[in-house]
Design a protein around this ligand. Sequence first.
Ligand code: HEC
Ligand code: HEC
Length: 209
Amino acid sequence: MKPPQSVISSLLLALVAPFAMAAEAPAAFKADPAKGQALAGACGACHLQDGGRGVPANPIIAGQHPEYIFKQLTEFKSGKRASPVMMGMVMTLAGGEADMKHLAAFYASKTPQPGASQNKETLALGEQIYRGGIVSKHVPACSGCHSPNGAGMPAQYPRVAGQHAEYAEAQLLAFRAGTRANSAQMTGIAARMNDREIKAVSDYMAGLR
Ligand code: HEC
Ligand code: HEC
């Protein structure tokens, strides 16, 4: 049997040790928009300086949720989301996932500019799909996840409001074709939509704000 003194000191040690260890642990990582901005120079060639409205082939990333941006960057790197251009770009980030988090924080901090729908003839169809889904084909309402105004829901559901219609349409077609295979949810949804429905809802989302 231990003498009382050593029992007391081992009890004390057990109490104190976790705090001592916490104090010695490295400071928690914090994504820093300023560091992200410093890394974003090369990205600006396609996404503009602040991730805003450039040519339609390049997505608008200003104001996108940081968790979503980070997920995409890691998946471009792993190849889970195939894009030769973006895979090449993320490979140049020497700081790996830390750089991706800084970049995500930078673009998320930017205010997206509003866009506009272009096609009056399909606007009603697009709105109906966005807000009510396509009941006969079991397509759920987009607003259920991407929110009624298209702002999305952090951290799971990306912002779609004001996105280039051409880009959104291309992504929905890629989900349907299986060439973008990083979201089982979106693959399942796009699989039940025809070209006309995809085009209409993409144009409608471009005008959401
Ligand atoms: C040469 C042009 C180009 C450059 C440079 C570029 N991108 Fe991209 N980026 C694209 C294209 C095109 C896509 C769409 C890829 C696809 O179709 O899946 C994209 C997609 C993305 C996405 C996904 C957006 C979404 O809504 O899903 C993010 C995030 C992104 N880029 C961030 C970056 C960052 C950060 C950099 C700099 C390190 C960068 N890009 C540099 C062209 C570029
Ligand atoms: C059950 C939830 C859910 C519903 C309903 C939903 N989405 Fe999504 N959507 C997601 C998730 C999650 C992602 C992100 C996938 C990823 O991580 O790459 C996404 C991504 C997208 C993207 C790609 C965004 C980008 O920047 O590349 C588009 C476009 C899109 N959804 C359109 C739609 C449309 C149109 C509808 C309605 C027909 C819809 N979504 C319904 C969950 C949903």
